[in-house]
Design a protein around this ligand. Structure first.
Ligand code: ZN
Length: 133
């Protein structure tokens, strides 16, 4: 039997545990200093295996955005339509997550978290654009 649940591997465990604690964790390469959010055995840029986990500020800018009108699975049907974004975090890594309706490319956002079917998911919310006014 197959499910749509992510595979709980030891590799992704620090990231998944971070979600339940409402923090975003990412891997940083100690050889080239670049960051990646999807857990790998090695750096996706230089191939070094010296990766360490850090906690992200959760802030970044929207790199790509789309509205999903038809959910790809029963698990997400109740959420549709919903906005998905790819965010470039301040640390340089990119991460896909849900977003508030109306969030668009270039917006400054911060990560929040919500529970859906026993999973903690990321939802990016716009930072207050009137903060400096
Ligand atoms: Zn590297």
């Amino acid at each position: 039997m197959t499910t749509n649940q992510p595979v709980m591997t030891s590799l992704a465990q620090p990231y998944l545990e971070g979600l339940t604690e409402h923090v975003l964790r990412y891997q940083q390469c100690t050889a080239c200093s670049r960051a990646q959010t999807l857990a790998h055995d090695a750096c996706q840029f230089c191939g070094a295996e010296a990766l360490v986990w850090h906690i992200s500020t959760g802030r970044g800018h929207v790199h790509a955005a789309t509205v999903v009108g038809r959910a790809p699975s029963d698990a997400f049907r109740s959420l549709a339509p919903y906005t998905l974004v790819v965010v470039t975090l301040e640390e340089g890594a990119r991460l896909m997550g849900h977003a508030s309706p109306g969030v668009k490319i270039g917006d400054a956002v911060t990560a929040t978290f919500f529970k859906h079917l026993d999973q903690t998911l990321v939802r990016f919310e716009p930072l207050n654009r009137n903060f400096y006014v």
